[in-house]
Ligand binder design. Structure first.
Ligand SMILES: *[C@@H]1O[C@H](CO)[C@@H](O)[C@H](O)[C@H]1NC(C)=O
Ligand SMILES: *[C@@H]1O[C@H](CO)[C@@H](O)[C@H](O)[C@H]1NC(C)=O
Ligand SMILES: *[C@@H]1O[C@H](CO)[C@@H](O)[C@H](O)[C@H]1NC(C)=O
Length: 423
């Protein structure tokens, strides 16, 4: 028993020593921490970061991420070229005329075309040694059903933009074209001109003046069977009409545009609810491609001042405008050039005016590429038939660059340009 007595004393001794030690440490630490610079140094090492003096109340501004695209001297463009049954060869022709190794391309033949035609297009692109070499052309194999004038057109554009973001996301602008569009400048001309302007400008023709479209487009409610049917059929009208929205303002304009990377991300990621709400609204809107992006961009504070009111296209409408613009022919050639626009539509398949554009503007031989900086540097190894290329970024702009510069500078330097966004 005697041997156990001193042990009974110890249980209180140990906690006392421990608490003494802890308080000593605490006291010394309190001196330590009172020095701001030391506190700062310690904070660097600890996982705990002190709350900032003004904690954000709203989550959205935190989600607005800065631009992540690496800056290259020569901008990169992501193109969507789409078509329907029978457009396979015009898609290939337009792609050839637009090709540049620094760009990205998505091509899409819609579900109306036969599987054989889609396979043929995919095989032709896979089999091309130059497309292979640069790996920048993607064929959308899960074809979409696209109803002309219906929301499935916008869905298809968003689908392609999402593929282009995922596969080759480091581009600066997105341009949506169809197989009946054709360039009026070379890619060297276009890239050269764009390399001298800030990369936040969205070229989108728009107006808030709905005019006749208010009664004929905004009030009627349509249903696009392409959203739920496998076979293509026309949109149909619901007997009831709806009011003009009050939660956002409607804008309308051309279905052709050049959008920035940041704006496309804004539409696709949906960290702000606006693009999603507007998309659902436009699901029942006739000719939604003429309004969706316009309404989103003009109702988003962070983007409305980035708009340039032009669609970069030469389009010849009948007077008064019908649903389709008229087909361009040799008679329109001079007007196309004089417009300074980089693209024109709409062309009939293999119309002679395309041959004239190839010959006189693009210097392109049938089936060939448009000569330019990269093309001149392209060498074929005679033993293994692989291509080697010098600097892809070497541009050789021609007269097209001068024309385009006139157009772009005219737009950006016009009087009161700052006051003309989204009006
Ligand atoms: C995109 O391209 C197609 C042509 O394939 C066109 O009809 C459509 O209106 C364009 N615009 C948008 C916003 O989808
Ligand atoms: C857009 O520009 C106008 C006119 O210069 C200006 O008053 C407005 O504050 C700008 N908006 C944003 C969100 O920067
Ligand atoms: C051409 O290809 C062969 C076989 O791959 C290779 O040995 C040769 O170095 C290449 N020539 C050039 C100029 O790259």
């Amino acid at each position: 028993m005697e041997t156990k007595a001193p042990q009974r004393l110890k249980p209180w001794l140990l906690p006392l020593l421990a608490s003494l030690l802890v308080s000593c440490v605490l006291i010394s630490l309190s001196f330590f921490f009172s020095s701001p610079s030391l506190r700062h140094t310690l904070a660097l090492f600890s996982l705990y970061t002190p709350p900032s003096s003004n904690p954000p109340l709203f989550i959205e501004p935190n989600l607005r991420l800065p631009r992540v695209v690496p800056f290259t001297a020569v901008p990169r463009i992501a193109y969507l070229i789409s078509g329907s049954a029978g457009d396979g060869s015009s898609i290939q022709r337009t792609l050839r005329a637009l090709y540049h190794p620094g760009n990205r391309y998505a091509v899409h033949l819609d579900l109306e075309s036969s599987p054989a035609e889609r396979l043929e297009l995919a095989a032709a692109i896979r089999g091309d040694p130059v497309y292979q070499r640069f790996g920048n052309v993607w064929v959308i194999t899960r074809a979409n059903l696209v109803t002309y004038r219906g929301p499935t057109m916008v869905a298809n554009t968003l689908h392609a933009a999402a593929i282009l973001l995922k596969e080759g996301g480091d581009w600066d602008w997105f341009i949506n074209l169809s197989s009946s569009d054709y360039p009026l400048v070379t890619q060297d001309d276009l890239l050269f001109t764009l390399s001298s302007i800030p990369r936040h400008w969205n070229f989108i023709e728009h107006t808030s003046d709905m005019g006749w479209k208010e009664t004929h487009r905004a009030r009627p409610v349509i249903i696009d069977p392409g959203l739920y049917n496998l076979r293509k059929s026309e949109v149909f009208w619901v007997s009831q009409k709806r009011g003009v929205p009050t939660a956002f303002k409607l804008f309308t304009g051309s279905a052709w545009m050049m959008l920035t990377h940041q704006f496309v991300e804004f539409c696709l990621w949906g960290w702000d609810n606006l693009p999603r709400t507007v998309l659902m609204y436009y699901a029942n809107f006739l000719s939604s491609p003429e309004g969706y992006f316009h309404t989103v961009i003009c109702n988003a504070d962070e983007f409305r001042n980035t708009t340039v009111n032009h669609d970069l296209h030469f389009i010849s409408w009948d007077n008064p405008p019908k649903q389709h613009p008229h087909f361009l022919t040799l008679d329109d050639f001079q007007n196309m050039i004089d417009s300074n626009a980089p693209f024109a539509r709409k062309f009939g398949r293999d119309d002679p005016v395309l041959d004239k554009i190839d010959k006189e503007i693009l210097s392109r031989v049938p089936g060939g590429f448009v000569p330019g900086g990269w093309f001149d540097a392209l060498k074929k190894n005679t033993t293994d038939h692989h291509y080697t290329v010098g600097k892809v970024a070497n541009l050789k702009p021609g007269p097209g660059a001068e024309r385009l510069k006139r157009l772009v500078l005219g737009l950006l330097l016009q009087d009161n340009f700052d006051q003309k966004h989204c009006i």
